[in-house]
Design a protein around this ligand. Sequence first.
Ligand code: HEC
Length: 131
Amino acid sequence: MRDRTRSVKVCASIAAMVVAALVVSACGDSSESSAPRTGRAIYVESCQTCHGRSGEGFVGPSLIDSAARYPDEADEVAIVTNGIGEMPGWGGRLTTAQIATVVGYIRGAFTSTSTTEPFEGPQLVTTTTAP
Ligand code: HEC
């Protein structure tokens, strides 16, 4: 009985630390913290650690040109919602609207032609056909 109470307390303080860490990291982010949840904000918060700042991939695969791999946006939404391979589904952690928003962001922002941020991972091989 005593032990059980103690482990509940330990659990609660670990939970408190996790919450504090999340709050601190959320505040560390720039202007977006007070803005409504944009696709970028959701991405930075939930996806960037594995998929990289510019979708170039890290622990998870590159998301660049995912729209070409998933011509039907609903397929990509389903993967994010239900998970795939090593990636757990986000359905329980993000709302349907948030998932749709972040997938829309990925498809629009991370393309081999429109990525504005520097790549930090392996360079994407693109065919160079002059216009
Ligand atoms: C804990 C690390 C991790 C996080 C966080 C994460 N992913 Fe993933 N993601 C992966 C891994 C690993 C795979 C590859 C799984 C496989 O195919 O085995 C993957 C695959 C994907 C794919 C499929 C890519 C393809 O080309 O087939 C999409 C889309 C995706 N993730 C989107 C997201 C989105 C959106 C988020 C944030 C809501 C996110 N991921 C957060 C690790 C992560």
